[in-house]
Write a protein that binds this ligand. Structure first.
Ligand code: PXL
Length: 284
């Protein structure tokens, strides 16, 4: 019998708005992988477009939780971090990796900071350099173009891009974050027809493009749907490019459904309707 795989997802839990842990839990579970959680904060909604949201910070609970888990000698096949609300939480993540990861643990960092060229509410320009330091501790990072350019201190450009620009950006990113093994850059588009991701292998410098249909519409939480689908697939034993393919297709079908339904973009995408397809893609 194969051993039960276990991912540790470290994000906030936003009660409404479908992002972070409310997305990671169902998707990683659908991959047939246990999703243990370390919630960093509890919010009533995410911060993207809602006003007057509540937020209870759980920073003080992180170290005691890690201590308890250490005493249990748990094995994590992957540790996946997303939205982190403060510098202190970023620094604590370095401790979490040191304490809970072994040499087989995939450390996946999504440097969640912004989208469409803008930082999310609550962050300022002092945040990206710290996030870049955390990325240096990861095996796999998955920035979008906003996050990649923020970590490089470069101006943001919207799509479409050229291959030269994308590969130059990846090369510059890997030179400032040389310790990460793989960079999955999301939001790659060369024309209005296709959208997807670039999977860059830092050591060899090879870049695979994994594109799907460009479904119009920009919804909240799609980065977390993509990241969770990617980490779930990798923990289930898929290769990096198979996992990126699955994550691109799953995210695109979720956006397509939601776009047709005309849902308020703040409420995220209907990924639930496509979990059956995700499970099939994992099995195949
Ligand atoms: O999806 C990223 C995310 C996660 N968690 C919170 C957020 C955001 C983006 O705005 O506000 C609380």
């Amino acid at each position: 019998m194969e051993r039960q795989k276990r991912v540790l997802a470290i994000h906030d839990i936003s009660g409404v708005g479908k992002c972070s842990l409310t997305v990671a839990l169902p998707i990683i579970s659908a991959a047939g992988v246990e999703c243990s959680v370390l919630p960093t904060a509890v919010l009533s909604t995410h911060t993207g477009g809602f006003t007057a949201f509540t937020c209870r910070d759980l920073t003080a609970d992180i170290a005691p939780i890690v201590e308890h888990w250490k005493s249990l000698h748990l094995k994590f096949d992957a540790i996946y971090t997303g939205y982190l609300g403060s510098f202190e939480q970023i620094n604590l993540m370095k401790m979490v990796f040191d304490e809970l990861a072994d040499e087989d643990t995939l450390i996946a960092v999504d440097p969640v900071m912004g989208d469409n060229g803008r930082l999310y509410a609550k962050f300022d320009m002092t945040f990206p350099p710290s996030m870049r330091e955390l990325c240096a501790k990861a095996d796999l990072i998955m920035p979008n173009f906003t996050e990649a350019t923020l970590m490089l201190g470069e101006p943001y450009h919207p799509a479409p891009y050229t291959r030269e620009y994308v590969e130059g950006l990846l090369k510059r990113l890997s030179s400032v974050i040389p310790t990460t093994k793989h960079i999955v850059l999301t939001g790659v588009s060369f024309d209005e027809l296709e959208l997807g991701a670039a999977a860059y292998d830092v050591k060899s410098g090879t870049c695979d493009y994994i594109l799907g249909e460009n479904v119009p519409g920009s919804f909240h939480g799609t980065g977390d749907v993509f990241g969770s689908a990617l980490v779930g697939a990798m923990a289930a034993g898929k290769t990096l490019s198979e996992s990126v393919r699955i994550a691109v297709d799953f995210t695109a079908m979720s956006i397509e459904w939601t776009s047709k339904a005309g849902t308020d973009i703040r409420y995220g995408v209907n990924f639930e309707a496509h979990l059956g397809n995700y499970i099939e893609m994992i099995k195949n």
